[in-house]
Design a protein around this ligand. Sequence first.
Ligand code: 8IG
Length: 277
Amino acid sequence: MTSSQRDLSDPSTDPFDVAADAAAVIAERTGVDHHDVALVLGSGWGQTADLIGETLATVDNADVPGFHRAAVAGHSGSMRSVAIGDTGRRALVFGTRTHFYEGRGVRAVVHGVRTAKAAGCSTIVLTNGCGGLNPAWAPGTPVLIRDHINLTAHSPIEGANFVDLTDLYTPRLRDLAREVDPDLDEGVYVQFHGPHYETPAEVQMAKVIGGDLVGMSTSLEAIAARQVGLDVLGISLVTNLAAGISDQPLSHTEVLEAGKAAAERCGRLLAAVVGRL
Ligand code: 8IG
């Protein structure tokens, strides 16, 4: 079997081998065998990476082992190699992610994280669009992820491999983000399976168990990042108040609008943080 035919969903395939194959294709297509920082752009974050620096290469997801096209409107199906200002360092920017609700399995969800590690990255910035529980967070407010609660009942780690998740969201990186934007609040991100949004009762449950943000991504990726020793920075963009927190119904259009409105603040934040890593 050639490497491009290796299938993540085949249990006999080692997902780290597919990540190594993916990194080799990325190196070939971008002309550099090493990236320093990876970013995953979630809902509302699509335009924000442009401020980091010049895009030097764009690679279609469909050409990279283990990746596929975006399933969500408003997400792009490609990854980019971006110069980090004039530091000489490179960011590997994933324009989309695979969500758990797509049903491709956890390996597909965390494949970008493992590929980032195989491509040489030491840090990953995970961004998402989510619902907020704090009524003070107007749509368009970025919030640092301090910790998470994984309600998917799944783990990306296979086998009896007990990974410590204390300080999963690297404190040093959270401090750095707050130096850049002192008004940033922090919160606990609760990952639900989706793709439906929560009921108001589920949002109240998330609040009772210590959550501040509700979404459908990030936690599984952060766990996979910790397993391979990546530093993790998580930033949520509150694109809507969670169900029942306001009397407005939720819509994906609202999500896209809030992203556009917040692009500038979020872009400056990302660019400044990545420039100082
Ligand atoms: I954007 O309110 C976005 N993603 N689970 N709940 C969940 N995911 C989301 C939400 C939300 N908004």
